[in-house]
Design a protein around this ligand. Structure first.
Ligand code: PEP
Ligand code: MG
Length: 328
């Protein structure tokens, strides 16, 4: 079965009726850059930059960061690599930076932390831009955006870094491409501000892990409430459908990079809802390609429409499971 699942891994993902689905990798460790899988993916949809920060004993310097980012960018020379700015706090504390809070998931995390430390943010963005000199595949993604002021403030800082690095590149006779900018859709407030993103960002990426956590008010890592954490909860399904519908009406590119995209049932539902870009851990790529290749888009659409009418998360899961079982 493994051989069956892994065949055609170097080919692009398509559904049984040849609808092209764009598959990207979630990465963080360079160990994730598995070459066999890489040939058949469309790029890196989420590079979690906190991972190199977690491996160090103190904040990495601009040069250290640039070297790590450059290694990833050059591993995918002709594919897009979406680099997310530092998303520490919450479940990702840095050993050399103590943040003590009663509610870390509702506290100083992601963009909130870096906007309060513009020197860290600017250094990171400069490192990303320097790493991309002469290349044209680096895009930037901002985590935990809850409102437009955070986005506008981040953009002003990115612009400042861009001007600095672009002057440097020019002095070296090199060119610096302006990265595309996107935000994570993972804080529920932003679901009601999607139209305000038009013209401000080039793309959005749905973080279903945090979106589930925040929609259901359930800590994603607390085993006591693990039974409440359900990415198939009807409210999560409705939110995902809403994001897809609104981004399509705004002609705003959208992808999903939470764990749901790498779950076969989740991927079928997402594609059925209209998503065409999914980003996942390397280990899920073969499985997702296999499932997509053996299912017609029209069937996924029927499944998603049915799932969106469900009252219980359990029913969504059952429908999707039965759907997969019927097809062997
Ligand atoms: C998410 O929240 O779904 C996501 C992809 O980001 P992370 O898991 O790194 O918070
Ligand atoms: Mg997240």
């Amino acid at each position: 079965l493994t051989a069956l699942v892994e065949q055609d891994l170097d080919k692009a993902a398509v559904t049984a009726d040849q609808e092209r689905i764009f598959l990207y990798l979630n990465a963080g460790l360079s160990a994730d850059t598995n070459i066999a899988v890489n040939k058949g993916v469309d790029g890196v949809g989420l590079y979690r930059t906190e991972v190199p920060f977690l491996l160090q004993r103190s904040f990495p310097s601009e040069e250290e960061q640039a070297a790590q980012y450059r290694a990833i960018l050059t591993s995918y020379p002709d594919k897009s690599v979406v680099m997310r700015t530092l998303d520490i706090g919450g479940d990702k504390p840095l050993p050399y930076l103590t943040i003590e809070e009663d509610n870390p998931f509702l506290g100083w995390r992601g963009i909130r932390f870096t906007l309060d430390h513009p020197e860290i943010f600017l250094m990171q963005v400069r490192a990303m831009l320097k790493a991309s000199i002469g290349l044209d595949n680096m895009d930037i993604l901002l985590p935990m955006i809850s409102g437009i002021p955070e986005l506008d403030e981040s953009k002003a800082l990115i612009e400042r870094a861009f001007e600095e690095v672009s002057a440097f590149a020019e002095s070296q006779g090199q060119r610096l491409r302006r990265p595309k900018l996107g935000i994570m859709i993972e804080v529920p407030s932003i679901l009601y501000q999607l139209p305000a993103l038009k013209g401000r960002v080039d793309f959005i990426s749905v973080g279903s892990n945090d979106l589930t956590q925040y929609l259901l008010a359930v800590d994603r890592n607390n085993s006591r409430v693990a039974n409440v954490y359900d990415a198939f909860h009807p409210a999560v399904m409705q939110a995902l459908k809403h994001i897809q519908t609104v981004s399509a009406s705004l002609a705003m590119p959208v992808s999903v990079c939470g764990e749901l995209a790498g779950d076969p049932l989740g991927a079928l539902l997402l594609v059925g809802m209209g998503y065409r870009s999914l980003s996942m851990n390397t280990r899920n790529v073969a499985k997702i390609k296999y499932v997509l290749r053996h299912t017609a888009l029209s069937d996924m659409e029927v499944l998603a429409a049915q799932a969106l009418k469900a009252t219980f998360g359990q029913d969504v899961r059952q429908m999707a499971t039965a759907f997969v079982e019927q097809r062997g």
